[in-house]
Design a binder for this molecule. Structure first.
Ligand SMILES: [Zn+2]
Length: 534
């Protein structure tokens, strides 16, 4: 689904002209009102019309991927090969394509690793770990970059690498309406949790688990605002990607369970008959059903008979990214969700190591269902066929159809009500990011508030509907008073990597509180909700 972020009109129309506050400053009359019109707002044009919708000449690029990748659990490495079909819908001829190589944030030459070498020898270990994680042989290792011509002939492409971005030159520029095909082979070592990158591995009680994200060379966005968006990935500004279709084959050890963006194409090859039968039961169940129960983890009967690795194939239509998780340690539960009887069933899945029980089995999938309900009503109904929540080392991160969430009971299996709420909230938040920004495709590398703020706003209502009176952190205005009284706060339109402190207060809490006030105190819910859904 393609759309623009066009919420600002609600702010612009909410205040009467009588609130204007004209002052004379050095002879010039200046409007100092907080409610003055935003003069620098761009005029409507062919790309964005006056009603806030895409204009008559609006375009977006389309980038499709076919990827084959193998997870090597001895070396903790992923080796992949991809074919990118880049369709140029812009009015411009393109003689090169920029790609994002986010794993390069962990390259030994990256900023974070260079800092490590420059630190004094005698600083405390905790400070060192904070300032610069241990050196790690991370980053994309590029083995092949080729352009494929219309007859299928392949030729090596000239490319340059600069930190987390790569420019691939095309001998034949892509004209408007035409496509180019690029093939890339690469590999990388999966970092441990807690580093800069967004994918990670972790050794849990039953073995290693892997969360793989920002893991393949992805085309940068070419749009009418930025041209090529080539900002470096520094960790804080997340991503901005083109929509496309994905066909991804993931080869992993036979004892692994895999979940990913997209619909599993070959269940008969990678699941047992019992598991396929349980999935069918899950789709009509109103509570989670175990597909792999805790006492089945790593048992031979839980995997198809045979030897050697298995390849799981997933296909996703019209998404901006692809993430996956793989481990022999996963418990798996699932249930179906429908907006109304007779609708297509949306698959809700949770996978987690046994360390996450009890808690994940009782909370995770239900919290996904709550997100479907609240966000579906307040924004738009979830358009994708499935949503997955994965427990592992990444505390909270979002990808199309896939969320990575933390919150784990202690080794004794005990957890507090606060920890349970942490899981409920982070699940709603990360699954909620499917709406903002995965579908309403804002530029996260530049603008944190557009996805985090609007998502935190909806999260507040999902939490209140989960349990009336839920102690929501973000949304209520009283929770942001201390921040709003400070001189150090920065405007919402501060680029993501330039927000030095209070990232959460600025990017998440302030816009969420503002939207709640606009809805509940200024416009009223019926008028606000009508505008917000539009
Ligand atoms: Zn977020």
């Amino acid at each position: 689904m393609r759309s623009l972020v066009v919420l600002s009109f609600a702010f612009l129309t909410a205040f009467p002209l009588s609130a204007q506050n004209w002052v004379k400053n050095q002879g010039a009359k200046t409007n100092q009102s907080s409610f003055r019109a935003i003069e620098e707002w761009p005029d409507p044009n062919d790309m964005r019309n006056a009603a806030g919708s895409p204009g008559s000449k609006y375009w977006q690029q389309q980038v499709d991927y076919v990827i084959r990748a193998t997870l090597d659990t001895a070396r903790h490495a992923v080796t992949g090969s991809e074919r990118i079909t880049y369709r140029n819908n812009s009015p411009d001829r393109l003689s090169y394509i920029w790609l994002q190589l986010d794993q390069n944030i962990d390259d030994p030459q990256s900023r974070a690793n260079l800092i490590a070498g420059a630190l004094p020898q005698n600083i405390p270990a905790q400070a060192r770990a904070f300032l610069a994680p241990e050196p790690f042989d991370g980053g994309h290792k590029i083995a092949r970059v080729q352009v494929v011509d219309g007859k299928g002939a392949k030729a090596n492409a000239r490319y340059i690498l600069n930190g987390t971005v790569m420019k691939v030159h095309l001998d034949q520029p892509i004209a408007t309406g035409q496509s180019a095909i690029i093939e890339i082979d690469w590999s990388f070592n999966v970092p441990e949790g807690g580093r800069n990158g967004r994918g990670a591995k972790e050794l849990v009680r039953d073995g290693w688990m892997y969360e793989l994200a920002q893991w393949f060379p992805r085309a940068a966005v070419y749009d009418d605002i930025n041209g090529w968006q080539t900002d470096q990935f520094l960790g804080q500004g997340e991503f901005y990607l083109e929509f496309g279709n994905y066909d991804v084959s993931l080869t992993v050890p036979r004892n692994h369970i895999v979940q990913a963006t997209g619909v599993l194409q070959n269940p008969a090859e990678v699941l047992t008959a019992t598991q396929r039968q349980r999935l069918e039961q899950a789709w009509s169940s109103d509570k989670p059903v175990f597909i792999v129960a805790a006492n089945e983890v790593m048992t031979p009967a839980s995997r198809p008979a045979g030897n050697g690795p298995l390849t799981w194939r997933f296909v996703a239509q019209n998404v901006r990214d692809f993430a996956w998780a793989s481990s022999k340690t996963f418990v798996w539960d699932a249930m179906g969700f429908q907006y109304r009887p007779g609708d297509k069933v949306i698959e809700l899945h949770s996978i987690y190591p046994r360390d996450a029980m009890p808690l994940w089995d009782s909370v995770s999938t239900r919290a996904i269902a709550q997100t479907m309900k609240t966000y579906g009503r307040m924004a738009f109904e979830y358009p994708y066929p499935k949503a997955v929540n994965v427990h592992g080392p990444v505390f909270g991160m979002e990808y199309p159809m896939v969320a990575f969430c933390g919150a784990r009971p202690g080794p004794d299996g005990k957890y507090t009500a606060g920890l349970a709420r942490a899981l409920i909230s982070v699940t709603i938040h990360e699954v909620g990011h499917n709406w903002f920004p995965m579908i309403v495709a804002s530029d996260e590398r530049k603008w944190t508030w557009m996805d985090e703020g609007i998502n935190s706003f909806l999260q507040y209502y999902a939490e209140q509907e989960w349990q009336p009176g839920y102690p929501s952190n973000r949304g209520p205005a009283k929770n942001i008073v201390n921040y709003m009284k400070q001189d150090r706060q920065v405007p919402l339109m501060t680029e993501s990597d330039a927000i030095q402190t209070q990232f959460g207060n600025n990017g998440y809490s302030k816009p969420a509180a503002g939207l709640v006030m606009l809805r509940e105190q200024v416009l009223g819910d019926s008028l606000f909700d009508e505008a917000f859904r539009e």
